[in-house]
Design a binder for this molecule. Sequence first.
Ligand code: AMP
Length: 190
Amino acid sequence: MNSIAVYCSSSDIIHQDYFQSAKELGKAMAQNNYQLVYGGGMVGLMGEVAKSVKYNGGQTLGVVPKALNIDNVVNDIDDELIVTDGMRERKAIMDERADAFIGLAGGFGTFEEMFEVLTLKQLGYHNKPIIFLNIRGYYNHLLAMFEHIYSEGFAKEQYRVLYHVSESVDDALEYLKSYQPPNLPDKWFI
Ligand code: AMP
């Protein structure tokens, strides 16, 4: 495993704990030789993770749609920057270039990215690790919603293995190191 896509917030007005975790994650990635694949922004947690990876001697790949390739939004520290026509192509490149996916806390953009890789894994398009980094219990409500999805019969309970929930950066890295792609059942209830 060489590269990790980190999906995370573009907001700067969130609790310091999130920035602390972003910094820690970036450092751990650099120390373990994982390239960062990310949205290429200098804002919010994205900027923080990328800065930390670079500060600690690691490699970054930013993938940014041309509409967001503007001063004070796009980062200028990346080893490689790919500018795409739109958001869909950008996500496809991020998915392709990453061997694993980590959702640090974020808003709609982060959720969309995480849901896409979950859905693709559910359908067997890939079998890469997906981690929710649950800082400050940020994902607790979403995880409760996932349980509701299972109990209402909208997904098989075996799909809990699609994702892993880490309460710390160390746990996330441990999970990645020992990851065994699961044998997933068919999606359909028939
Ligand atoms: P959000 O969680 O809504 O802040 O969106 C963050 C996610 O959407 C990131 O993982 C990025 O891939 C993408 N994104 C949103 N805003 C930007 C931005 N200004 N620059 C680059 N990527 C962004």
